[in-house]
Design a protein around this ligand. Structure first.
Ligand SMILES: Cc1ncc(COP(=O)(O)O)c(C=O)c1O
Length: 460
């Protein structure tokens, strides 16, 4: 480990002794000391105490500007007043009934207004949404296989846990990627039904269809690959997928668990002008409560109406989550708030770009809607394998450096991205930029030394 990173880690440990202690305690009873593998990192994760608006505090009382926002699930920010008010009202009138109620059609109407679907069903997590969407697509086509992109994340069910973070040599050639299980316990039969393609490479998708004629039920993807920082679809890629799916009688599933609420008012289909057959929503549509949905046109969803596809769930449309969801759509995910977030994002991006140029850091900023990321690459990445080239220590230097300066710039892990909430302010962005300005020179220096070069002259 190089000295600047070592120094940031020492500062981190000095600032967060209570998190270290709490993690040690957790380790005895929870694998990795956490409730989701994504929350574990070295030397130990920050343990949170409370949050409000765009900030949270850890157990040691350190305050952080929050761009993690629960892995992007909180475009509302913490405790959004409209969401809190709606939820508080529901808390004293019954939290679970397992019976239909009148918030269901209201939220379904709202979703059908914004997204290109005619009917929806609800659930509690993104995993559920993509799992049911894939099953419906299989039922609608009478086919078992799906095409998924290498590096894409769609949750934790068997069809999704394939080639999420595969490594060489297992993953094969980039033009012919191999389906690699995302851990033990994923059955071979599940792997056999997931054909892998390379993001931004339509040729690999065509190849999968040629190899599996009449067998592919759906193509599933995040319209922006967000499991590798932020990897943009290149012009024509989404349109090409639409064409391939239609030509082959397969369904195109947009996993909009992240993009649905955060790209803009109408999600990725509005943003890119490409219409999928099915969408999956979760995370930020719940305003801080577990809420998910999947939808399609009536002909597909009618498979549920006809009792041909089974869908259920004890927690589906529980009144607390639904009240939160309705308030989120009416008061958080508004055109005015998207404009606010866009304005702040532009300010943040401009700030990063100026500093990157000033210190001669090799990297770029990717941004779309409420999401963005510092991408430590010489040029724009196109797919998962490009992303693998990241200098992980340099990225850790950035993350811990920012965190030590009171800014959590994104969730931990170099495959994530920042979220801007509707509660962030201009002052928050000034703080974020100032923190980056403070750390950037040492990042640039470390990068140049690691590349074995003499420090480059500043660009400005
Ligand atoms: C694109 C995408 N799909 C699905 C999921 C799974 O959602 P959940 O964690 O709510 O099950 C995630 C979670 O990060 C995601 O980013």
């Amino acid at each position: 480990m190089y000295p600047e990173l070592q120094k940031e880690l020492e500062t981190f440990e000095r600032r967060t002794p209570k998190s270290a202690e709490a993690h040690k305690r957790n380790l005895k009873r929870l694998p990795l000391g956490v409730a989701s593998n994504y929350r574990a990192y070295d030397p130990y994760p920050i343990f949170v105490k409370e949050g409000q608006g765009s900030h949270f505090r850890d157990l040691d009382g350190n305050d952080y500007l929050d761009h993690n926002l629960c892995f992007g699930a909180l475009m509302a920010g913490h405790c959004h007043p409209a969401v809190m008010k709606a939820v508080e009202k529901r808390l004293s009138t019954g939290t679970m009934f397992g019976m239909p109620h009148d918030m269901e059609w209201q939220l379904a109407e709202e979703i059908c207004k914004r997204f290109p679907v005619e009917m929806v069903r609800f659930g509690s997590s993104g995993t559920e949404a993509t799992m049911h969407a894939v099953r419906l697509a299989r039922a609608a086509t009478g086919r078992d296989k799906i095409v998924k992109f290498e590096g894409g994340y769609h949750g934790l069910h068997d069809s999704a846990l394939v080639s999420v973070k595969p490594h060489a040599p297992d993953f094969g050639d980039i033009k012919n990627p191999v389906s690699v299980p995302g851990g033990l316990g994923v059955p071979k039969s599940a792997i056999a039904n997931v054909a892998i393609a390379t993001f931004n490479d339509l040729g690999t998708v065509e190849r999968r269809f040629q190899e599996n004629p009449g067998q592919i039920a759906a193509i599933i993807l995040e319209p922006i690959l967000m499991n590798v920082g932020l990897c943009m679809p290149q012009p024509g890629f989404l349109e090409g997928l639409r064409e391939i799916a239609t030509k082959n009688g397969s369904l195109l599933i947009f996993d909009e668990v992240k993009t649905g609420a955060k790209l803009g008012w109408g999600g990725a289909s509005e943003y890119y002008g490409v219409i999928p057959d099915m969408i999956c929503l979760a995370k930020s549509i719940g305003g801080g409560f577990p809420l998910a949905a999947f939808g399609a046109h009536k002909s597909v969803m009618d498979l549920i109406s006809q009792h041909k596809v089974f869908h259920g769930g004890t927690y589906n449309t529980n009144p607390v989550s639904m009240a939160a969801g309705l308030a989120t759509f009416s008061d958080v995910l508004t055109r005015e708030n998207y404009a606010h977030v866009e304005k702040l994002s532009k300010k943040l991006v401009d700030g990063y770009k100026k500093i990157i140029a000033k210190v001669g850091l090799q990297g770029y900023i990717a941004q779309a809607g409420a999401n963005g990321a510092l991408m430590l690459y010489p040029q724009e990445i196109q797919n998962y394998r490009d992303w693998l080239a990241i200098d992980v220590d340099l990225w850790r230097h950035y993350w811990f450096g920012m965190v030590n300066r009171g800014v959590m710039p994104q969730p931990y892990w170099q495959d994530e991205q920042w979220t801007m909430s509707v509660q962030h302010t201009e002052a928050d962005i000034d703080k974020h930029i100032a923190a980056f300005d403070d750390i950037a020179a040492s990042l640039g220096k470390a990068q140049q030394e690691r590349a074995g070069k003499a420090p480059a002259l500043a660009a400005h």
